[in-house]
Design a protein around this ligand. Structure first.
Ligand SMILES: C[S@@+](CC[C@H](N)C(=O)[O-])C[C@H]1O[C@@H](n2cnc3c(N)ncnc32)[C@H](O)[C@@H]1O
Length: 178
């Protein structure tokens, strides 16, 4: 993201934004939920280069500006397969023609990960909140094959880097055929 004009999706309270902001030229950080943006607003960010905007990642028509890159952390893993390409096509449509796109997600705690699949093939995990309520949440742990299957149509050279020590995976590509 160094030197880039970044669109960050699903930024939450801007935990990662604060690090990206140290190297990016500018960031428009978006989230669907205003409550998270409110928290982000209290952070000590370089506000002359960072702005917050409420936006639905599946419907980015309210987003305007020139973006040479896009990123999202802990977002892609929650996108239902049925919405994956509409989401990516919508994202690419608001970016510069050869923009770099970076998704960072988690690696599973165990192999194979605990969970089951729904009828559409989405991997489902159960999340328990501190109040004891339990939710079924889509959480993909994508294989290289699945990643190529999703992103190969946009770039012939999709990069996949896994960081087992911190249980992270980074997928990045340049829009070529978007
Ligand atoms: C797992 S959190 C990740 C937040 C942040 N990227 C981070 O890593 O700290 C997922 C975020 O997606 C946001 N979100 C959920 N649905 C969304 C949507 N349709 N469009 C944009 N953001 C959405 C939630 O509000 C939440 O902040």
């Amino acid at each position: 993201m160094r030197g880039e004009k970044v669109l960050e999706l699903a930024c939450g309270p801007c935990f990662w934004t604060q690090f990206t902001a140290a190297v990016a030229e500018s960031i428009v950080a978006c989230d669907f939920n205003n409550s998270t943006l409110l928290q982000a607003g209290h952070k000590d960010l370089p506000w002359e280069r960072v702005s917050l905007q409420q936006a639905d990642a599946y419907d980015l028509k309210t987003i305007t500006g020139f973006f040479s890159a896009a990123m999202a952390v802990d977002w892609l893993a929650h996108v239902p397969y049925a919405r994956m390409h509409p989401f990516l096509d919508g994202l690419h449509s608001v970016l510069n023609a050869d923009a770099r796109v970076v998704f960072c997600d988690q690696l599973p705690k165990s192999e194979p990960a605990d969970g089951d699949h729904d009828a559409d093939g989405n991997f489902i995990v159960v999340r328990q909140l501190p109040d004891g309520s339990r939710y079924r949440v889509i959480k993909h742990y994508l294989s290289d094959h699945q990643i190529q299957d999703i992103f190969g149509r946009y770039d012939d050279n999709v990069q996949i880097i896994r960081f087992p020590n911190c249980r992270r995976i980074i997928v990045s590509y340049h829009i070529q055929n978007g």
